[in-house]
Design a protein. Sequence first.
Length: 103
Amino acid sequence: MQAALSEPLSLPQQDRDIAATVHRERGRLLAYIRRWIADAAEAEDILQESLYELVLAYRMMQPVEQAGAWLARVARNRIIDRFRRRSSRPRAVAAPADEEDPR
């Protein structure tokens, strides 16, 4: 997957190419994600989402010329989405300590 697709590949060949790319890029991509995301489970979610995007792109015959750079860009976009989602959530406002519980 380092070079652009020039002709359609059979599904078994696609599977082998995808598996080879995932095997080659997984560790480096996870390390990149962990620099920004401290939670291991959340980092793994972003990794899986990024790899899923790779599979979708490859299955739709969209050329992915530099898989490592492409995956890093997808992961970065997912990380940004998570930070935006967190910052847009309304924050709970604590009641002042001198007020009684209305129950």
